[in-house]
Design a protein around this ligand. Structure first.
Ligand code: GLA
Length: 418
């Protein structure tokens, strides 16, 4: 029996992307949503895609406490390259905007205890028209990224055919592994093939990618967040089982700190992304972030829930006629995260319910901590009536844990005193 298990483990290791990376959803900063393809360093030196921007953000990640909370990736997106490869076919960073090259930036980022991500596109061109990684260039580009000591690659899919993608995404996975450097691999493949089976083979993706973009790009608006949440929820039966340690669904970047979300909506995006076990990539100006937004993004219990070692993605479990939705994510130590989400546009809504109506049927005594207010709600059984007051386009989020029936009830107490 033991031998069979060991053999099975070995076989699984051989056939899956066991680069050992991203056992919990990755966290960090990614340039695209906020900085796009701003290459105008003459007029806008502080906000153009340049070595300076990434070094500034790396400094903020370290000095403002982000790194120590887990936000360790700093990721370049499109528009870092020269318009052409060099005479040996190697990609070149724009020498005006990245005067010291990518290796230098990687060294800097590593010296600050962070990791560097880079962007390429499996096609003739990147989405913004820079040189793509055509099939004949996949191995060379993987080697180039490894030689620069990059830690993560986002491989986009503009200007590629379904056939290119079917060949190229697995080839890049192999090529990255073959470099011997652990490089996390983010695949935009599903987003270019409609995001759903049969066009998308999630079983294969789980084996070759650490995370994947399933759906459209996020934009700086609440409407965009809602469209993404609705799509993920509509297809949760398909998507939820695909997430787990080492392989995650990616609903795209966090908008918090930018222009499109109210305070309530910012809290909602953070809570819902955490329920979705989503990567937490901020894309915002860390130099000017408000204390309120920082509180949302640096909420320790929220991060602890997002990073729960079970790595189970949550689901929407109900939607009422009053436009209230409830999402639940199972966590380790028999705990759960619950998000009560209001789609209403009138006023704070008093939602009356019981744990039993939210599918908690065990005869246990529970306690909950409100993730944003830190209030403790104690003495909850499956049938206790309770009320949460949910603001329009806002959430109430609970960390719920049984206080009887646990082997070591003190464990959850320690967890709460973060
Ligand atoms: C696509 C991706 C975005 C971003 C841009 C860059 O639209 O989905 O996340 O990388 O390309 O051009």
């Amino acid at each position: 029996m033991k031998l069979t298990v060991t053999l099975l483990a070995l076989v699984l290791q051989v056939f899956s992307l066991e680069n050992g990376l991203m056992r919990t959803p990755p966290m960090g900063w990614l340039a695209w949503e906020r900085y796009r393809c701003n290459i105008n360093c003459k007029e806008d030196p502080d906000n153009c895609i340049s070595e300076q921007l990434f070094m500034n953000m790396a400094d903020r990640l370290v000095e403002d406490g982000w790194r120590d909370l887990g936000y360790t990736y700093i990721n370049i997106d499109d528009c870092w390259m020269m318009p052409e490869r060099d005479e040996d076919g190697i990609l070149v960073a724009d020498p005006e905007r990245f005067p010291h090259g990518i290796k230098y930036l990687a060294d800097y980022v590593h010296s600050r205890g962070l990791k560097l991500g880079i962007y390429e596109d499996l096609g003739n061109k990147t989405c913004m028209g820079y040189p793509g990684s055509t099939l004949d260039k996949v191995v060379l580009d993987a080697q180039t990224f490894a030689s620069w000591e990059v830690d993560m690659l986002k491989l986009d899919g503009c200007y590629s055919s379904p056939e290119d993608r079917a060949q190229g995404y697995p080839s890049m996975s192999k090529a990255l592994n073959a470099t011997g450097r652990p490089i996390a691999y983010s695949c935009s493949w599903p987003a270019y093939d409609g995001g759903l089976p049969p066009e998308v083979n999630y079983t294969l993706l789980m084996d070759i990618c650490n995370l994947w973009r399933n759906y459209d790009d996020i934009q700086d608006s609440w409407q965009s967040v809602l469209t993404i949440v609705d799509w993920f929820t509509k297809h949760q039966e398909v998507l939820q089982p695909m997430a787990g340690p080492g392989h995650w669904n990616d609903p795209d970047m966090l908008l918090i700190g930018n222009y499109g979300l109210s305070f309530e909506q910012a809290k909602s995006q953070m809570a819902l992304w955490t329920i979705f076990a989503a990567p937490l990539f901020m894309s915002t100006d860390l130099r000017t972030m408000s204390a309120q937004n920082m509180d949302i993004l640096q909420n320790k219990l929220m991060i602890e829930i997002n990073q729960d070692p079970l790595g189970v993605q949550g689901r929407r479990i109900l939607k009422t006629q009053d436009a209230i939705e409830v999402y639940v994510r199972p966590l380790s130590r028999k705990a759960s995260a619950i998000v009560f989400f209001s789609r209403r546009t009138d006023m704070p809504y008093r939602y009356h319910t019981t744990l039993r109506s939210l599918s908690f049927t065990d005869s246990l005594l529970y306690e909950a901590q409100d993730v944003y207010t830190e209030n403790i709600i104690s003495g909850l059984t499956a049938d206790t009536n309770f009320t949460v007051v949910i603001n329009p386009s806002g959430v109430v989020m609970w960390y719920l844990y049984p206080i009887s029936g646990l082997e070591n009830p003190l464990a959850s107490k320690t967890f709460l005193r973060l």
